[in-house]
Design a protein around this ligand. Structure first.
Ligand code: ZN
Length: 247
């Protein structure tokens, strides 16, 4: 059976001298793994379309649950990412996150434009990369149907004196309900930024800046929500924190 689909290469492992297994976030079937034969050869027509983070038009052949890449035409590449270890590490994390949540086809279609925007910014922007990561995480949660409650306290519904965020409850908590376990402190500017990202579209969601202390709060909320959703901490996130000297 042949499948024609657009998709983003999330991961690539070389096998033997020339071949690779690539993990693709496809519009047609969510995340799938496929063999890319002779992709390391100089003459290979697959190499550009199957390179890491590429957005490509794929033709895949499926047999007994195994996929082989028949053709891969590059639509968009993000070569700036491989030139800088920090940018590369952020993009690797975004790709691993997209893979770990293993979206179905409908969710994959919604996530791909967000992922491409995020790769573009990680490869080009002068903005704070950690803020880009926070926006990606929150938009991803929203697209998957796990948008946090940001309008009223998750315990009592109150909209005044919001001081905390509960990743486990998935939303903001007011001062008088603040004794529930594992809450993060959240200040008004951080809450405003999270509301902005929640309500904006994929592109506009990234167009603001935020001081470091607010990024710290934002990140603590979204990272913990995703940890809870996935059930474990991604190795690429641990690595990101190591290289940022924050572990
Ligand atoms: Zn409350």
């Amino acid at each position: 059976m042949e499948i024609k689909t657009k998709g983003v290469v999330l991961h690539r492992t070389f096998v033997g001298e020339k071949d690779a297994i690539i993990k693709i976030l496809t519009e047609s079937s969510g995340v799938i793994s496929a063999s890319a034969k002779s992709v390391k050869s100089m003459k290979s027509k697959l190499s550009a379309g199957c390179s890491l983070f590429s957005y490509s038009d794929f033709l895949l052949t499926e047999s007994k649950g195994r996929y082989i890449v028949t053709s891969a035409s590059l639509l968009e590449g993000f070569y700036g990412l491989s030139a800088n270890i920090e940018r590369l590490s952020y993009a690797t994390y975004a790709a691993e996150l997209a893979s770990a949540i293993s979206p179905d086809a409908d969710d994959a279609k919604a996530i791909i434009p967000l992922l491409l925007n995020t790769f573009y910014l990680f490869s080009n922007t002068q903005k704070n990369l950690r803020l880009i990561k926070c926006v990606f995480e929150l938009r991803l949660l929203c697209l998957l149907g796990y948008a946090p409650e940001l309008e009223g306290c998750v315990e009592c519904g109150d909209t005044e004196e919001i001081c905390f965020f509960s990743p486990a409850e998935g939303g903001i908590v007011c001062r008088s309900c603040g004794n529930i376990p594992d809450t993060q402190i959240i200040t008004p500017d951080t809450l405003s930024a999270m509301r902005y990202v929640h309500n904006a579209d994929n592109k506009k969601a990234f167009s603001f800046s935020l001081p470091k202390s607010n990024i710290d709060e934002f990140e603590a909320c979204t990272e913990k929500m995703l940890d809870n959703l996935i059930g474990y901490r991604l190795s690429s996130l641990n690595y990101l924190k190591q290289i940022a000297g924050r572990i």
